[in-house]
Design a protein around this ligand. Structure first.
Ligand code: BGC
Length: 442
């Protein structure tokens, strides 16, 4: 049988994504360490050494990425290491990150660097975090410091990772630090965060005119449970606006508009050079009068959905295509900054990966300007309030012994990266159950 292949354009970026608090270990000065001390992590889990990158194991993991034919890596900088107290910049920590950037360059891995991936210094929280107007200048100074130190090696920057989830979990639901549950605090914080992004965007360009700066936006695809139900459609549209468009809209038109709240943030308009997109899953939405704090939207996966462990993620590749079409409305080049699934047994991941890469190819073939794809994640890491219960790595990690074990999906992804495409042979080997679906005309 001749092999068929869905081929990607030359120069496409293939990588994995990680974040500082989740992989470095021993981050004692940040908000998430404090949150852990307060006992908010499932089963009392501890981040501990995480993947021990701060202890130097980034070297072996970068080797794994390079040996897996990846040509890019997305990682983040830990603000609390760079600025442990408001009046101190830690030059040694900056030097350590420079060394990591050289490590990427030596392995031909193009870096994409995130400045804020959920964690922030404890002193920043004590100052009132994003509710304090001073946060804008604080973040800009930090961004300047990092970009100045790393610009020799880095051209692609993400200011904030998933600010919509950060605001909803940290300021509306209170399940993440700083643990607030107040719409007023949430709106105020979202406005300052957008201002901080806009100010950092300009500061980065002033320091590095060639820089490409964006955000990593979390998009969840939502469909009404019953397409004919006006109430389900209303709840779906509301959730889509509140969740998916809370941050992207002001970046387009300078206006924040969530539920009954309206704020002008004119300086945010047009402050992205690319659109970073994180996509994991699609949900059905039913109107539910008891869910006032969730805009009357009850989320669920349909019966028979192909779900991950704990029914956390449903494998819905078509939702990925819709996410990309939605991102395309920005008119910007798109980078898939995250996509992946929790699956300790690697039972679902191969078909999840193949199915999503197939939709990605379809979008590229529809001439949507997508520049790269970063799989979440390279190696299992600390999953926020769910601790070590969820395994997103191409490589498994035993956090006690620091031993890594290759999952079959690591081989599938290595084959995709090497071929710069997805072939029928790969699907036949790793996910035969979807071969006819992905290559029907073979
Ligand atoms: C976050 C990651 C997280 C992943 C899996 C994304 O929303 O950016 O930090 O590990 O989801 O839950």
């Amino acid at each position: 049988m001749p092999e068929a292949i869905y081929q990607f354009p030359r120069g496409f970026l293939w990588g994995t994504a990680t974040s500082s608090h989740q992989v470095e270990g021993n981050n004692f000065l940040n908000s998430w360490h404090w949150w852990e001390e307060q006992g908010h992590i499932l089963h009392g889990h501890r981040c501990g050494l995480a993947c021990d990158w701060w202890g130097g194991r980034w070297r072996e993991d970068f080797d794994r990425a390079a040996e897996g034919n990846q040509n890019a890596h997305r990682l983040s900088i830990e603000w609390s290491r760079i600025q442990p107290t408001p009046d101190k910049w830690d030059e040694e920590a900056l030097e350590r990150y420079r060394e990591m950037m050289r490590g990427l360059a030596e392995r031909n891995l193009t870096p994409l660097v995130t400045l804020h991936h959920f964690s922030e210094p404890m002193w920043f929280l004590e100052e009132g975090a994003w509710e304090n107007d001073r946060s804008v200048e604080r973040f800009t100074q930090y961004a300047r410091k990092v970009v100045d130190a790393l610009k020799e090696y880095v051209n692609l920057w993400v200011t904030f990772n998933e600010p919509n989830l950060y605001i909803i979990f940290g300021y509306v639901q209170g399940i993440w630090p700083p643990g607030k549950a107040s719409f007023d605090a949430a709106v105020k914080s979202a406005v300052n965060l957008l201002r901080a992004h806009a100010s950092a965007y300009r500061a980065i360009h002033a320091l590095q005119p060639t820089a490409r700066v964006g955000m990593a936006h979390h998009y969840q695809d939502v469909l009404p449970a019953k397409a004919w139900s006006p109430l389900d459609r209303w709840a779906t549209a509301n959730l889509h606006r509140a969740l998916n468009e809370m941050i992207t809209q002001p970046l387009t038109n300078g206006k924040l508009s969530v539920l009954i709240f309206r704020r002008n943030v004119p300086e945010a308009q047009g402050t992205q050079d690319f659109f970073g997109l994180n996509y994991y899953t699609r949900s059905r939405i039913a109107f539910d009068v008891t869910k006032a704090s969730e805009v009357f939207a009850r989320r669920f996966f349909p019966q028979g959905a192909d779900v991950s462990e704990g029914a956390f993620i449903a494998n819905e590749p078509l939702g990925f295509f819709r996410a990309i079409q939605w991102a395309q409305r920005s008119g910007l080049p798109i980078i898939i900054t995250e996509n992946g699934v929790n699956d300790s047994e690697d039972r679902l991941r191969p078909r999840y990966l193949a199915g999503h890469i197939h939709q990605l190819w379809k979008a590229v073939n529809f001439n949507i300007p997508i520049k790269g794809y970063f799989h979440w994640s390279l190696v299992d890491n600390f999953e926020w309030e769910r601790g070590w219960t969820q395994r997103f790595g191409l490589w498994a990690l035993d956090e006690k012994t620091q031993q890594r074990t290759r999952r079959p999906s690591a081989n599938l992804y290595a084959a995709i990266c090497e071929a710069n495409g997805l072939s029928s042979q790969m699907v036949e080997t790793y996910a035969p159950e979807i071969l006819n679906q992905l290559f029907p005309e073979r």
